[in-house]
Design a protein around this ligand. Sequence first.
Ligand SMILES: Nc1ncnc2c1ncn2[C@@H]1O[C@H](COP(=O)(O)OP(=O)(O)OP(=O)(O)O)[C@@H](O)[C@H]1O
Length: 226
Amino acid sequence: MEIRFTNCSVSFGDRVALHSLTLALDERRVGIIGLNGSGKTTFARLMNGLVKPTTGKVKVNGLDTVEDDRAVLTEAGFIFQNPQHQLIMPIVSDDIAFGLKNRGLPAHEISSRTEAALARFGVGHLARRRVHELSGGETQLVAMASVVVTGPKILILDEPTNQLDLRNRRMVAETIEALDEDTIVITHDLALVEGAERVLLFHEGRLIADGAPDETIRRYHEVAGC
Ligand SMILES: Nc1ncnc2c1ncn2[C@@H]1O[C@H](COP(=O)(O)OP(=O)(O)OP(=O)(O)O)[C@@H](O)[C@H]1O
């Protein structure tokens, strides 16, 4: 991936959520950590144009998130903190197919890509199930399949193990580790970023540490005071 932030800041009204930063990300595995309200989600949402910079620019694989906003969405897929909110259709396979239908793909391609995406995340058996009946772990896997099926090169996952039990945490963590796509993971689950190439720490809207996981996690404990 190649994501460039240039003098980029975000304010909501007179509240600064993210102070100006200039930064390039080109690793395959990036983690983002920090206390509640530190600016992690705001930073992550800048990367697929869900949040627009108040000042400066963000470029994702050469595309500007404001000028090329539609193209950026196909480059960087976002999996939300509460994935049940991003599943739109009542039946799992219809939800996976939804993004492909919107792109006007032929029916045979929609069905083969939907099947492949479900199989890739080990949830083929859930194809005809109702979305609202899925467990937390199943919902997370289906949400990942529904984003990956459209072919983004970068996946941004916001607290992907939130609300999962120990076994599902492990399963989702292993699934993320094995992804071919480049990943950016925002999390309070520090085990999820231990294997990242680079971890960013946000505090009160500022990037205060940026480096190897052990060093950044150590700094996080310092600012958290525990
Ligand atoms: N749409 C918005 N409108 C107004 N304020 C916002 C908006 N989105 C975020 N904020 C504020 O910006 C700050 C950073 O929020 P953000 O969601 O980026 O933090 P976070 O580090 O992801 O938090 P958490 O770990 O609790 O999810 C917070 O003070 C939050 O209240």
